[in-house]
Design a protein around this ligand. Structure first.
Ligand code: GLA
Length: 688
């Protein structure tokens, strides 16, 4: 894709989006505050605002009586100021009159109780009444504002999440299953319901709340994502009918495990995420947390390679739900924003523009404090970003190429997590993926995080941590990748179950992968907490011959069937059996990390592979601990985004060429030293 074909977040808008959630509906009784907001927006360099997210009660105070006049004024004022509005549909929070007039729109809990009217984000996904009311208000919003010059994007609802267990939702689940499996017999087979005499004889007996059938748990979560995507489609119909060219999105919580955001990314026009890393300069976990968010960025960007993504919400200070609530320390807000832009974002917005006076978010960080003026530390931090972004405007439309793909799949995660008898506690599926990602990214190489149905043929290195569940065709595509010359790194817990979480027969890994890796994984030992297993490397490995690494807790016990051992276990009853192997197949290689390598072991492995394969890196040498680097490229222009998440100075080896600071114009050649918590953007022409 080139510059000409890459789209901007808002059609025709060539600024990096900067602004936030704006709730003038809370201040209609104090117009002077709203007036002041517009003065402060200019000073902060903010120009993109999500409006009306929780404004249903202000837009329709009683059934059928609409009061759009205040929103007309806000929209007009935004247009006069040259601002863009991400206009919300208000379904995220229903007004009290609606909840009381139609109790069936409230959710039913897992144990069958209809909820009270409370909180937000808790409507039933299937209720025909709620759908009709949402359709009515969305249609009115669409018809009224579709041609408004301030309208840039639709913010559909808010942080869709959660499940409803009312009869309608359960019935819809059964319909979804009928479509997926065709017959009750097929469902009984897929879910292995002969277990504990669970065989269904009628569809009405099917209930997702029976945790003993783990195939049902996976399907319920799949269904939940489908149901939410279906609700989203329902919401956008009138928006698209009135303004087909205006992009629609909904804000994700992509760190959350209950919904498949890679799927949701496929139905929205723009991938928009809400992120609250709460970086704390004094926290020993800061660097790990920064890598954790980088993983999320690499996933969000790769989910939709045709478009940039954006931070719909972030916090300029500290959210009130964070304990202890420490003010965001100097340098960290800038680092957080540049980290997102470096990873392909082209907009960073805040929750929230102004602190409200009451409610449980009154102390949540905001651009404008209760003090009400611009003379606050936080406001000035935001204004600094507001001055920086115009200098970064040329990055709009640039690419973020990667030679490496890492497979991370919510369906695999759910299947793994609901299987008893594996090391799946404490988010182990995610944690292992994070470790591989970090070790790889620390080499300076870029990585796209993909679900397992994506096409990975264009990558050189494919990392598949704990690919427990194999969807149809995945094993064959892994094989084809290796045969065509790709390098595959897989681990313990690969290819154990099929799409319905039923174990493969004939030994692990299943579906022909024993041939690809050249081994059979007979047993798996999970060591007690704190214990490790020494593994010793051979001369052919990336480690020095005889070098010992402490591995675990997972130690898969394998038998070679054509693979070559690179390391062997040194202790316990399986000593001298292979712990790390490689198999050459066709023109490629398949590594199997039977033993769970610690971060340091993975670092060495990926350094070796990145060098051996000659993969492109953002910088000339592996990154110093705590520094993150990313490249964005457009034509012959390369931008290098660097953040130092440590308090100490760190030196980075630059690729040959003259690197110019986007802000100061200073030129760097060879090395750049970042002081503690410094982040910067350099540009170079024709350097790769
Ligand atoms: C979420 C919501 C916002 C707000 C913030 C607070 O991201 O979308 O409305 O509640 O959390 O951190």
């Amino acid at each position: 894709m080139n510059e000409a074909t890459r789209r901007t977040l808002i059609p025709g808008e060539y600024r990096i989006l900067h602004g936030g959630d704006y709730n003038p509906d809370q201040w209609l009784h104090q117009p002077e505050i709203i007036e002041e907001d517009f003065r402060l927006m200019r000073l902060a360099g903010c120009h993109t605002f999500s409006v009306g997210i929780f404004a249903w009660a202000a837009l329709e105070p009683e059934e059928g009586r609409y009061t759009f006049e205040w929103l007309d004024r806000i929209m007009d004022r935004m247009a006069e100021e040259g601002h863009r509005v991400i206009l919300a549909t208000p379904s995220g929070s229903k007004p009290a009159w609606l909840s009381y007039a139609y109790p069936e729109i409230r959710r039913v809990t897992r144990d069958g109780q209809r909820e009270l009217h409370h909180g937000r984000h808790n409507h039933c996904w299937s209720s025909p009444v709620y759908r009709r009311k949402v359709r009515e208000i969305n249609t009115r919003l669409a018809e009224r504002y579709a041609r408004h010059p301030a309208l840039g994007m639709w913010h559909v609802s808010n942080e869709y999440n959660g499940a409803c267990y009312c009869d309608l939702c359960l019935e819809q689940f059964r319909r979804w299953l009928r479509e997926r499996y065709g017959s009750l017999d097929a469902l009984n087979q897929a879910w292995w319901t002969a277990f504990w005499s669970h065989t269904f004889t009628d569809w009405s007996q099917v209930d997702p709340r029976d945790g003993s059938i783990d195939g049902a748990t996976v399907d319920w979560l799949r269904f939940n994502t489908w149901q939410i995507a279906d609700f989203y489609r329902w919401e956008i119909e009138p928006l698209k009918a009135a303004a087909p060219e205006i992009p629609c999105t909904t804000n994700f919580m992509a760190g959350d495990g209950r919904m498949d955001y890679a799927r949701l990314a496929e139905v929205v026009d723009i991938v928009a995420d809400d992120q609250y890393p709460c970086y704390d300069a004094e926290s020993p976990g800061l660097v790990g947390l920064a890598w954790d968010f980088s993983f999320r960025h690499d996933l969000l960007r790769a989910a939709r390679p045709d478009r940039p993504w954006m931070l719909m919400e972030s916090c300029p200070d500290t959210p009130q739900w964070k304990y202890p609530p420490r003010p965001k320390q100097p340098g960290l807000h800038r680092a957080e924003m540049l980290q997102a832009l470096g990873a392909g974002a082209e907009g960073t917005c805040y929750f929230q523009w102004r602190k409200g006076r009451g409610g449980i978010e009154k102390l949540h960080g905001a651009v404008v404090d209760h003090a009400g003026h611009e003379h606050t530390r936080v406001f000035q931090t935001v204004a600094e970003i507001g001055r920086l972004y115009p200098l970064l405007q040329p990055i709009i439309g640039s690419e973020h190429p990667a030679d490496v793909a890492l497979l991370y799949d919510w369906e695999v995660k759910w299947a793994f997590e609901c299987s008893l008898g594996v090391a799946n506690r404490d988010q182990a599926y995610r944690q292992v993926a994070l470790m591989h990602h970090r070790a790889l990214r620390e080499t300076g190489a870029a990585v796209d995080v993909l679900h397992s149905e994506r096409d990975w043929r264009a990558y050189r290195l494919l990392i598949a941590p704990q690919l427990w569940l194999l969807k149809p065709g995945v094993a064959q595509r892994l094989r084809a990748f290796v045969e065509a010359g790709g390098t595959l790194v897989a681990t313990h817990y690969t290819g154990c179950c099929d799409d319905s979480n039923r174990c493969f027969l004939g030994g692990f890994p299943g579906e022909g992968l024993q041939e690809v890796f050249g081994l059979w994984n007979e047993e798996t030992d999970v060591l007690p907490q704190g214990a490790t297993e020494p593994i010793a490397f051979s001369a052919r490995s990336p480690f020095a011959a005889g070098e010992v690494v402490q591995a675990g807790p997972v130690c898969a016990i394998v038998h070679l069937r054509g693979a070559e051992p690179l390391a062997t276990y040194a202790d316990r009853f399986y000593r001298d059996t292979p712990a790390v192997t490689v198999r050459s197949l066709g023109r490629g290689r398949a590594f199997y990390l039977a033993a769970q390598l610690p971060l340091d072991g993975l670092r060495r492995l990926y350094r070796h592979l990145v060098e051996d394969l000659g993969l492109t890196r953002a910088v000339a040498a592996p990154l110093p601990e705590g520094v993150l680097a990313q490249r964005r490229i457009k034509g012959d222009r390369v931008w290098l985004f660097l953040q130092n998440f440590t308090p100490e100075p760190r030196s980075v080896a630059l690729h040959p060429g003259e690197w110019r600071s986007v802000e100061t114009g200073s030129i760097y050649v060879g090395t750049l030293t970042l002081v503690g918590f410094e982040s910067t953007v350099l540009e170079c022409r024709a350097a790769r």
